[in-house]
Design a protein around this ligand. Structure first.
Ligand code: SF4
Length: 464
């Protein structure tokens, strides 16, 4: 059992201190932080798509330092992950944080092209790690979503991550304590035993401005927060950044979080300052901590951490519902019924389909009949029946199991479309099919299957 697992088992509050692998300077790894056990986490490709791999970076630190390695699925497939698992096991590292990841820096355009970038979904990585066995598996979760459908989609996917085998959950970086409480309440309500940790970062004005300027995926910085930080800076109160961070750590501890993921605080002098504030305020109770937190952030209505909603949540459009019912009927009749399966197996069992011209014609026919309707990209493993008939390939990251954390008020991280997972969540609610989005773990599409006919693959895979 890893040390981290034992902290979880013993309900010992712990601090995961995040280190970027892009830094040239090697900062000492802490084993204690403000009196709590500390674990090093090595982030994956945060600054650039070519940052040193976390496993490589881990070799710069002593073996006995407990580590969590991040693996981001961007630009990778399931085979890359299986290699990573083997290497990680060989290096005797057992703690993983599995993420889909934000968009590749080199993947600016959300359009689907022949050389489109691929992303290995966190759900698929969790399934593979669980199957391999022996890992303490963490997943990311973004509770800071304020449009109904995108929030629903996040929670539906969290169900899947847990079902796939997640042991612990780390929230996105965020400052809305109410949203953190909701995430924790969700686990209690569903009787999930997984541990939850909150990601925190000393938020300076410069960092807030950087995140806004670069539209860092999934992070909410409101005008109110910016005003507070600007005024503090002008008044020479910049150290409050660390006081606030210490308060958030202590509030999360009092709320029952299993620990903290401390981001962007790897310099010893910053850590010492933060630790001194934790020491100073650790004896306050939750009420007093929250009162101080609200005073520092000048919270009055509780909406200060929420972006302004420019629309009201809406049901799916009639055309979306008609399309869903129509495709659902067709799917049942042509693919799911016993009769259709029997006929399909009979047809596609013929060696005729092994011939190149026949295979090509079949693929072309499938593409033409589906591309205009659902945006089919010939993935070879049709998942429409598990995705409310919205093709996962119309998500720029090609995600089938649910959204990444990068949406903003239902908009895709790429900014050029509505998030398809919000659309799915809305339709699922209207047609009472949320169970599908909550429970059906959709496997990754193997590379060799792409560009083949999903029709043939479907019928041949069905049981007689
Ligand atoms: S075969 Fe793949 S790409 Fe085509 S509609 Fe189905 S899921 Fe989408």
């Amino acid at each position: 059992m890893s040390l981290l697992s034992s902290y979880f088992q013993q309900n010992q509050f712990c601090i995961l201190v995040e280190y970027l692998t892009s830094l040239n300077e090697i900062f000492p790894a802490k084993t204690q932080f403000a009196g709590y056990p500390a674990v090093m986490t090595l982030a994956d490709r945060v600054h650039s798509d070519h940052d040193m791999a976390p496993l490589e970076a881990s070799k710069r630190y002593p073996l006995e330092v407990e580590k969590v390695l991040h693996f981001a699925g961007k630009g990778r497939d399931i085979q890359d992950f299986e290699i990573f698992l083997k290497q990680t096991r060989a290096a005797n590292i057992r703690n993983l944080l599995l993420l889909t990841g934000d968009k590749l820096k080199e993947h600016q355009n959300g359009e689907n092209t022949a050389e489109r970038s691929r992303y290995l979904e966190s759900v698929n990585a969790v399934m593979a790690a669980k199957k391999a066995g022996g890992f303490c598996i963490g997943v990311a979760f973004n509770p800071f979503k304020y449009a109904e459908a995108e929030r629903d989609a996040q929670y539906l996917k969290l169900h899947k991550k847990i079902k796939a085998g997640a042991d612990f959950i780390i929230t996105q970086l965020g400052y809305d304590i109410e949203a953190l409480k909701q995430a924790q309440a969700f686990l209690t309500q569903h009787h999930y035993a997984q541990k939850i940790l909150a990601c925190v970062m000393p938020l300076s004005l410069a960092r807030a401005k950087f995140m806004l300027k670069h539209k860092v995926a999934g992070i909410v910085i409101t005008p109110h927060m910016l005003n507070v930080l600007e005024e503090e800076k002008r008044a020479g109160l910049s150290e409050r950044v660390y006081l606030r961070c210490a308060l958030q750590i202590l509030i999360c501890k009092q709320l029952g979080f299993a620990g903290i993921d401390l981001s962007a605080c790897h310099k010893p002098e910053e850590q010492a300052l933060l630790e001194s504030y934790v020491e100073q305020y650790r004896n306050l109770d939750l009420n007093a901590l929250e009162k101080l937190w609200k005073a520092l952030w000048r919270v009055e209505s509780g909406k200060e951490f929420q972006p302004e909603l420019s629309f009201f949540s809406r049901p799916p459009s009639p055309s979306q519902l008609i399309k869903y019912h129509h495709l659902h009927f067709m799917h049942d009749a042509l693919f799911d019924s016993k009769f259709a399966k029997g006929i399909g197996r009979f047809i596609f069992n013929s060696p005729f389909w092994e011939r190149r011209p026949a295979a090509k014609t079949l693929l072309k026919t499938e593409y033409i009949s589906k591309h205009g309707v659902v945006g089919c990209e010939s993935c070879g493993q049709c998942r429409l029946g598990d995705t409310l008939y919205i093709c996962p390939e119309t998500c720029p990251k090609g995600l089938a199991n649910g959204p990444c954390g990068g949406t903003s008020l239902d908009r895709c991280e790429f900014g050029d479309r509505e998030c398809i997972h919000s659309v799915k969540a809305r339709i699922a609610k209207a047609v009472e099919q949320t169970q599908v989005l909550k429970e059906k773990l959709i496997p990754a599409v193997p590379i060799e299957v792409r560009g083949t006919s999903s029709w043939k693959n479907w019928y041949l895979a069905t049981e007689a």
